[in-house]
Design a protein around this ligand. Structure first.
Ligand code: PGA
Length: 267
């Protein structure tokens, strides 16, 4: 199964044991026609030239069914961008995790900084959503990341550590939980932290995760997100403790998304 992280071989570093994953967050972009065309281009390109990583796209909820249909039989998985904490009920406009699972989603993003900022989602709310997603059998892509002011104030690691402590659900394991580090100031800005800063934060995140899930933290995949593009993907994906990328803007062009995937570390 492409999503399964393999057991540690006797040789090789911790990084080489984790198959990288490139996830595209399409955000609020796409109609049925454009989404199906994009998904089709991604699937066709991945078939012709298989990248050394797992591929996931997260389209808007309105086109999940159409995109899922186009991806059937391909190597590309798909997921939602958010879910509600309850499995059903009187929550106008919301989408429950079992509904995403019903559409064939394997993944759901939770706690994206745009949700945290635009919808006031606290760590507690994110944890409740993540818990619901796991209960529905989905794999979560749990987003954390500091603002620019927090980084400038020297609080980046403490902010991210407390986001993990507050939003990681019970039952999180390497098989059902992926953590995405997305510095808020790097999202959609074209700016990225230095390689040293990304590697240091990912090391810090893995150490925090170890406190919560023990050795499973060593098999859990940690994605970097924020202005990942073809020109910086190889450098970022080669970093210690970086097990893939969560890609926004560049995931809206199949060529760019696949160029990023092609830069993944060989398993
Ligand atoms: P970006 O977005 O790649 O456009 O910076 C990343 C994200 O928000 O997941």
């Amino acid at each position: 199964m492409p999503e399964t992280t393999s057991a540690a071989p006797a040789s090789g570093t911790a990084s080489t044991r984790r198959r990288q994953l490139i996830a595209g967050n399409w955000k609020m972009n796409g109609t049925r026609a454009s989404g199906v065309a994009l998904a089709g281009a991604v699937a066709d390109m991945a078939r012709r030239n298989a990248p050394p990583c797992d591929l996931v796209v997260c389209p808007p909820a309105t086109i999940l069914m159409a995109v899922g249909g186009r991806l059937a039989g391909s190597t590309v998985s798909f997921g939602g961008q958010d879910c509600h904490a309850k499995p059903d009920g009187a929550h106008t406009g919301d989408i429950a995790a079992p509904m995403l699972a019903d559409l064939g989603c394997r993944y759901v993003i939770v706690g994206h900084s745009e949700r945290r900022a635009d919808h006031g989602e606290s760590d507690t709310a994110v944890k409740a959503k993540a818990t619901a997603a796991l209960a529905a059998g989905l794999t979560i892509i749990l987003c954390v990341g500091e603002t620019e002011a927090q980084r400038d104030g020297g609080q980046a690691t403490s902010v991210v550590g407390s986001q993990i402590a507050g939003s990681l659900p019970e039952g999180a394991a390497a098989e059902n939980c992926i953590v995405a580090y997305e510095p808020v100031w790097a999202i959609g800005t074209g700016r990225t932290p230095t390689g040293e800063e990304i590697a240091a934060m990912h090391g810090h995140i893995r150490a925090s995760l170890r406190k919560h899930v023990g050795e499973a933290a060593d098999r859990m995949r940690l994605l970097y997100g924020g202005s990942v593009k073809p020109s910086n993907a190889a450098e970022i994906l080669a970093l210690d403790d970086v097990d893939g990328a969560l890609v926004g803007g560049a995931s809206l062009k199949a060529e760019d998304f696949l160029a990023i995937a092609a830069a993944a570390r060989k398993p």
